[in-house]
Each structure stands twice: as C-alpha cells, then as structure tokens.
Design a protein. Structure first.
Length: 189
C-alpha cells in the first residue's frame, strides 16, 4: 500500500480513535519515522487536521528545535546497524547522492542542491535559493523566518523536514520521489 497525497492522519488511527494503526504505520514509514509517529499522543477530542510542526509541543515551528532535530536524526541514522552508508565518499565525508556534491552536506541537502532549489522555488514561498549561496544555513533559516507569519513558519519548517525526509528515503530506501508529490504532501493537498 502506498500513501496517497490526500491521505490524512485519521487513516493511520484505528476505528476506536484512541490508538494508532501500528501495523499500517510500520508498513508505510521508515522504522525511525514509524516510531516517532507512534509516540505522538492521540488527542481525546475531535480536531481538524492542520499543518503543524510536530516536534514543538504547541505545534508551532521553532527553528532551533528543527535544526537540532535534524542533527539528532542524522546521528541516530549513523548509528543504525546494517545501513549501507552509501552517502559516504571516499574520504568519509558525506556526498549528496542526487548530484554527488560534497560541500557542507546539510546546507546542500536543505537548500543548495538542485532538488532543494526546485522545491523552494515551486513552493508558495517562490524562493530563489541561489541568492543565498555562501550564507550559512542557520543564518539563512533565521533570516527567512524573521519575515514570516506563524503559519508560514510552520510550512517552512515542514518543507525543511520534507527535504530531509526525501534525502532519507533516497539514502536508506533508494526511493527517489518526484518533487511534486513531496510538495503536495507538504502542503497537505
Ligand atoms: Zn545534491
């Protein structure tokens, strides 16, 4: 079974509405993602699905949290046994397996890679990330967030997360997702 772009969280919850459909979630997501989902408490009252940054308790994206989360996930993945470390180049530094560039890996994956550029430009932000080349990733993220409303911040964080997720899918599962699908999912369409 594959996730359709219009899949909602409801479909991952058992009909009793009090517990996750653990088997389905394990089928659909990478092991560490499934674990993270299962650990999210299910609200007791009915709520409308909204776009949230799930790491923040209030659902609002916080850049420091996101940045540390990405770092932590990276370290977590490095510890995974039986994982082919195919993103490692000859010298042990990570290389983007979409374009085989190896400079400043996180900045590349989240902003400067062609894949990321297309996603940012095609997103509602209409960003041209080549304008940011040379700028540190963290300062770029903070700069962007400073100009944004809360809702936009959530979407921005969500897209960062999607880029990292797409990278994980490619590195660990060998699955390359078309950008449109990522975008649609990110925007909850
Ligand atoms: Zn790349």
């Amino acid at each position: 079974m594959n996730l359709e772009s219009n899949t909602t969280v409801n479909e991952l919850i058992l009909p009793d509405e009090r517990s996750w459909n653990v088997n389905l979630i394990r089928e659909l997501f990478l092991p560490f993602e499934a674990q993270q989902i299962i650990e999210i408490p299910i609200p007791r009252t009915d709520q409308v699905d909204t776009l949230i940054w799930k790491k923040a308790r209030d659902g609002v994206f916080k850049v420091k949290l996101a940045y540390h989360e990405i770092k932590a996930e990276n370290q977590y993945q490095s510890r995974q046994p039986n994982t082919e470390r195919i993103e490692e180049g000859m010298n042990g530094s990570p290389v983007c397996i979409r374009c085989w560039k190896d400079e400043e890996y996180e900045k590349h994956v989240l902003r400067d890679c062609e894949f990321a550029k297309k996603l940012w430009f095609g997103s509602p932000f209409n960003l041209r990330t080549e304008n940011a080349v040379g700028e540190r990733l963290e300062s770029w993220i903070f700069g962007m967030l400073r100009q944004m409303q809360e809702k936009e911040k959530s979407l921005f964080g969500f897209l960062l997360n999607q880029l990292w997720r797409a990278r994980n899918l490619l590195v660990f599962e060998g699955v390359s997702k078309p950008i449109d699908e990522e975008l649609l999912r990110a925007m909850g369409a």
